[in-house]
Design a protein around this ligand. Structure first.
Ligand code: COA
Length: 192
């Protein structure tokens, strides 16, 4: 598949390119990002180069995973990554710390799920390690329905399948928040 662009009035999703290497390398130093994703730790500049030049290209070429760089309209700066893997229809994402808290990733996820359903996918799945409330928040705001906690579809860095919160979006689902998200997935659940 040739990479293609998805966009809204606010967000532009475009394949990561060489010019994004510095931004990706910098964002992937974030401990939160390292904790909740499978990026290599430590994350070197060569890792970012490999990701942009090899992983991204191969993923699009084989159709295994479509990977986009998240940008705000009017800016070429890569603020994050969002992708969908075609085997299980599961979505993955991260954003740079300075790009968080503005709804950019939620909008990016909606763009990807709208595209997936326009292509006839039967569902889109989300999973996040238990405790990843920020990620659960994106899935919740994008209209996903919580389906339970279970071993992750995707192996972690140690090739294990850790307990994940899981959710699913179906064609025709609107983006309203669905009932059933357990209390522990909500912001501030640890607060006394
Ligand atoms: C997961 C991650 C991408 C979420 O980022 P985020 O900034 O919380 O997500 P968004 O960009 O969609 O922003 C949502 C926030 O913006 C707010 N917001 C502002 N305007 C908004 C809008 N128009 N629409 C939606 N949310 C909006 C929301 O209220 C929310 O803030 P809150 O969580 O304090 O309520 C980010 O925390 C991250 O990269 N974490 C590390 C990597 C990771 O965990 N990846 C996921 C692995 S499963």
């Amino acid at each position: 598949m040739q990479p293609f662009v998805l966009e809204s009035s606010r967000v532009r999703l475009e394949v990561p390119r060489t010019a994004d290497t510095v931004a990706i390398h910098e964002a992937c130093q974030d401990p939160e990002l390292q904790r909740f994703t499978t990026v290599p730790v430590p994350y070197t500049f060569e890792d970012a180069q490999y990701f942009v030049s090899q992983t991204v290209e191969r993923s699009w070429l084989t159709g295994r995973e479509y990977i986009w760089g998240l940008r705000e309209q009017g800016s070429s700066l890569c603020l994050g990554i969002v992708s969908i893997r075609l085997l299980h229809h599961d979505i993955g994402f991260w954003s740079a710390p300075e790009a968080r808290g503005r709804g950019l990733m939620t909008e990016a996820v909606r763009l990807v799920t709208d595209w997936a359903f326009s292509e006839g996918l039967s569902d889109v799945k989300w999973e996040g390690y238990v405790g990843n409330r920020a990620s659960a928040g994106v899935a919740r705001r994008a209209g996903f329905t919580y389906t339970g906690t279970g071993p992750g579809l995707q192996p972690d860095r140690e090739r294990r399948h850790p307990a994940c919160w899981q959710a699913r979006l179906l064609p025709g689902d609107d983006t309203s928040t669905k009932p059933g998200w357990p209390l522990e997935t909500l912001p501030g659940a640890d607060a006394p």
